[in-house]
Structures are given as C-alpha cells and as structure tokens.
Design a binder for this molecule. Sequence first.
Ligand SMILES: [Zn+2]
Length: 329
Amino acid sequence: MKNAEFSRRDALGLAGAGLSAAFATRMLGPIPAQAKAPFTKTAHCGFYNFMHGDMQVSVISDGFLPFGDGRKTMKEMSMEDMAKHLEANFLPVDDMVLQENITVVNNGSKIAVLDTGMGASKMFGESTGRLPANLKAAGIDPENVDAVILSHCHPDHAGGLVDAAGKSVFPNAQVYVNEADLNFWTDEKNLSNEGLKPFIELARANLLPHKDKITFIKGGEEIITGVTALPAPGHTIGHTAFMLNSANKPLAVTCDTGHHHVLFVETPKIEFSYDMDSKQAVQTRLKMWDMLATDRIPFIAFHFPWPGLGNLAKTGPDAYRFFQTPVNT
Ligand SMILES: [Zn+2]
C-alpha cells in the first residue's frame, strides 16, 4: 500500500519543496501566473437554507469579526492553558475569528430575522455588514420581514436595523427586544462611560428610530409561532436566546451564550471581558450547555464557525465538545 508508506519524512520533504519555492519568489520576484484565472478574493455565498419540521430556517452570514489574540479577552484561565486548547483543535493562538451567523425563520405565515449584524458600522473592520446582500442572495427581501427579534443590543446584533443613511432596513417589521436591555443600551447617561460610548451611540442610532414599533419580550413567551424566548442573562442584562419548535422538534438559537466553539465549550467557566456580568454569564452558559447536551438539542450559535449549526456532547464535569452539523446543500 503506497499510502501506508507515506512517512513524516516525505511530508517534511514536501514542506521543504514549498520553502524552496517561497525562497525563489523572494530572491527572483513573483513567479509569473500560470493559471488561467487569477486568485479570487470573493467572499462565500453566505446563506444556508434548511427545513426544520414545517418551518424553513436560514442562516445568513453578516461576515466575521477578527479578534486577533482573543485570549486577551478571556479571564480565569492562563494564556498557556488557552493556547493548549486552541492548538489541540488546530487553531492559531493569536488569530481568533468569530463568525456572525444570523438565523432567519419562515414559519409559513411570518418571516423573522433573529439579530441584524453590524450594519454600516466598521467598528470591527471591513469584514461585517454583509447581511443585506446575503439575504438578497438567499431570496429573502428585507421588505417582507415581519419581525426583527434581538437577542441583545450590542453593535454586532442590533447594528443592522438602519442603513448608512439611517433608513430602516426592515421597514415593515415589528422589533422585539428585552426591555431592560433596550433601556440600558439606549440610556443617554451611559454616554459618559468612554468604554461604552460607541456601543450606546450605535444602539441609539438603530433602536430609537424604531421606538413605536418595539414590543418587549419576556422569557418563556412565544414571540411568533415556533419561536420562544429563553432568558440567558449575563452577556448583557437582558440577553435572550431562543428555542425554535416545529413538528415537536426543538432547535436552539444560543446567540451570545458562548462566543468560541472551543474555549467556551471545553472550558465553559472561563469569563469573557465583553460579558457585562461575566459570573452570571458562566452560570447561564453551564445551564444552557447542560440542557443542549442532555436533551441532544441541535443549535445555531451566533459566533461559532459558519454556519454555527451543531450539537454539544458532555466530555467531563463542566466540559463539552462541539460537533458541527455537515452542511447539505
Ligand atoms: Zn455577539
């Protein structure tokens, strides 16, 4: 068997050949392109539609957030230990990327968008704000959206309610949000806090123009048929996750209960500096992960690798592993 004979030495030899080519490029200048097409930087299509019971669920990408060395935003664990977890999962330790996976539900009578992405804001760079284009690619016209349901009022979730000109992106939608969350993130008084200021400004710009269209959501309430609010406080004061239900099949939308598919899953007790009450966020996360693993409930996580759909298995006391669901298109 040729494959069985493939050794580590062969692999190193191949790597060596690659190095030589790189060396030649550096010494002699770029090698003339031989391929019939240039390298392309086009982004992926960014939508995934699937049926869940009798409802259609879509995951639409708003792009991604480049965090650099994300370990610096974690607490309660050493940098070395976090590096070990990342390396064991073949992930770079200094280039954490968080996706922006937005769930859209069509329950047959209504279309709901769960969170809206960064919108026109470039607070996290150029790689966000793709929701409108990807909705269009998925065949969903923002004018046909009946409900915008917000998990919380952070910029990467509530930043896409208005466009760059301040015009409503979803002109015919009712906006659903937790009352305490809305009050905190639109409170003028919080503008004096330098750290919070850009977040407050963005929340005000997006939410205040929709004041007359806002309905407050409460835990346990069904917002539209098949979409129930699950209180998940900690990340923000009123952070809310959702449970989709159709034909007696549950599918959770965990929003920002955990931001990274390795660090917050293998070691869910670590704390995130973007969590408003990080101790409460840990309690919420442990409860949520336990429910998902025990009841084998699939879920969509907002910031996990595209499209963020998968399951959790318990691997030890307060330790889990994320199993991504293959995307069948
Ligand atoms: Zn987020």
